[in-house]
Design a protein around this ligand. Structure first.
Ligand code: SAH
Ligand code: SF4
Ligand code: F3S
Length: 484
């Protein structure tokens, strides 16, 4: 299939990872890729349904694609969560030739060639309880070559009452850990320096070996496997769920220097009454206990969150509880949203969307203003400190400056000197804003670093050897029991 494909991606990191899976499937079928919409034979848009404005943005883009279609022959496909939610009804939009949901990307080549040869419109939106695309090596066309996402599971079983994701992504399923480790190792070979393990709720990762159902791998074990397999890579993960995060994950994080000290732990609200209505399955106190555990095991860990303002029946008092919880936790960062009712969710069916829009906006603005204060405070604490920064690329403002992230995921700008994307440099922080640390590259005596690296390497080799021995032992025991 000799076609040029153009892909636009909206929504969460999961969608970014999925666009790379879709690209791999298309590449294997002979397609090539272009960044220029006007040169494309096929335009794909990978979409998000999480809030109404996310869908509106995509509808706006479809208007642009429709104009493109007037000029020439081009096939337009909608992928992702919006395709899954709206299925064939989206085909009524004159711009759209096909819709394919998140579990049906393997049918992309067949659908495109059918439409190219025979015309018409198609939709493929079956959800699967098995599909993890484990065998597909993503094509990272849009990557910076430094940092990559690895999808470790798909779907979500949580049914938070406001959330559309379980409807657009289906049942939760965990991907084979062997394929996850292999993907991380391959990325390391290609020169990547950081991976982020992705799932809607990574703490419920739970893989059972289909050939021996007593063999299971949970999230802290997976994290450890990846950390050991790729000792020179930085490992991140998201999203953690406050009801499921276990101390084992915290201990694993504390144990491996290459696992970044940052946890994204969405709270959504500070009011237990609303948390219950949201079906989050934890109270304000449970959440704060998890924060205490994190701080005890990793005093230096960065903590970020997601917050929804103006959920059904939220009172001023509930809102004040959210603000007080934010002050108590002292978040290092947050994504903050106004509640947007989503069709067919539990909240849409059961609870009136009764906080007036202006009130939602006022509360959201208060939450944002407070978080700006907290983020500034969190960044100010870094002034005078020196961090190892992974260089991602030049700053947007000046070619002579580079940007990157500290292990705590703080965004950092500094004079480039000789630093290139992918380098790990030591940066001393001189000033900051609420969003950015500004500093300069400093030389750390090499011997000190080398010594630290040697110690880590030795430790890891020891652990690898232990694991190898355990595997051999398990194999022997298995063989013996088979003989019996
Ligand atoms: N699986 C992750 C994130 C899911 S979506 C988790 O459980 O935290 C990302 C964020 O979008 C959510 O954490 C929530 O804060 C927000 N969100 C989800 N549905 C929403 C809705 N209907 N209105 C407003 N914000 C929403
Ligand atoms: Fe949505 Fe809740 Fe699942 Fe996150 S855990 S994706 S908020 S249902
Ligand atoms: Fe992600 Fe949006 Fe779907 S947040 S899972 S792309 S609804």
């Amino acid at each position: 299939m000799d076609l040029k494909v153009y892909i636009e991606t909206y929504g969460c990191q999961m969608n970014v990872a999925d666009s790379q899976v879709a690209s791999a499937i298309l590449k294997a079928a002979g397609c090539s890729f272009t960044d220029d919409l006007k040169k494309a034979d096929v335009i794909l848009v990978n979409t998000c349904s999480v809030r109404d404005n996310a869908e509106k943005r995509v509808l706006g883009r479809l208007d642009v694609f429709r104009l493109e279609k007037k000029n020439r022959k081009v096939i337009v496909g909608v992928l992702g969560c919006m395709a899954q939610r709206l299925k064939e009804s989206l085909l009524e939009n004159p711009a759209v030739d096909f819709t394919i949901g998140p579990d049906s990307y393997r049918s992309l080549p067949a659908v495109i060639s059918f439409i190219r040869d025979k015309g018409g419109k198609m939709t493929e939106t079956n959800l699967s309880s098995l599909e993890t695309y484990a065998d597909i090596e993503p094509v990272r066309t849009d990557s910076n070559g430094v940092s990559a996402f690895i999808s470790i599971m798909r779907g979500c079983n949580n049914l938070c009452s406001y959330c559309i994701v379980p409807f657009t992504r289906g049942r939760e399923r965990s991907r084979d850990p062997k394929s996850i480790v292999a993907e991380a190792e391959q990325l390391a070979k290609e020169g990547y320096k950081e991976v982020t393990l992705l799932g809607q709720n990574v703490d419920s990762y739970n893989w059972t070996d289909p050939e021996n159902t007593t063999r299971k791998v949970n999230f802290s074990q997976l994290l450890e496997l990846v950390a050991i397999a790729c000792p020179k890579m930085r490992i991140r993960f998201q999203t953690s769920h406050p009801k499921d995060i276990r101390k084992g994950v915290l201990y694993t994080m504390a144990m491996y220097p290459n696992i970044c000290p940052h946890i994204h732990l969405p709270v959504q609200s500070g009011s237990t009454r609303l948390l219950q209505k949201m079906n989050r399955k934890y109270t304000r106190e449970d959440y704060l206990q998890k924060i205490t555990d994190i701080r005890r095991i990793m005093p230096d860990c960065a903590i970020t969150t997601d917050i929804i303002a103006g959920f059904c029946s939220e009172t001023e008092e509930d809102h004040q509880q959210t603000l007080s919880l934010m002050r108590e936790v002292q978040y290092d960062g947050a994504f903050m949203f106004q509640y947007s009712q989503r069709p067919n969710t539990l909240a849409a069916k059961r609870y009136p969307d009764d906080v007036p829009e202006e009130e939602k906006t006022r509360r959201l603005n208060e939450i944002i203003a407070l978080q700006n204060e907290l983020s500034l405070k969190s960044n100010q604490k870094c002034i005078g400190q020196t961090y190892q920064v992974l260089v991602e690329g030049p700053s947007k403002r000046s070619e002579s400056q580079m940007t990157g992230r500290t292990p705590h995921n703080r965004f950092c700008v500094f004079d480039a000197k000789d630093a290139k994307p992918g380098d790990l440099v030591w940066v001393k922080i001189l000033t900051c804003t609420q969003a950015t640390l500004m500093g300069e590259i400093v030389e750390i005596p090499k011997t000190l670093i080398e010594k630290a690296e040697e110690t880590i390497e030795e430790g890891l080799n020891e652990i690898k050897e232990k694991i190898r021995k355990t595997i051999v032992r398990t194999k022997k025991t298995n063989d013996k029991s088979k003989k019996k």
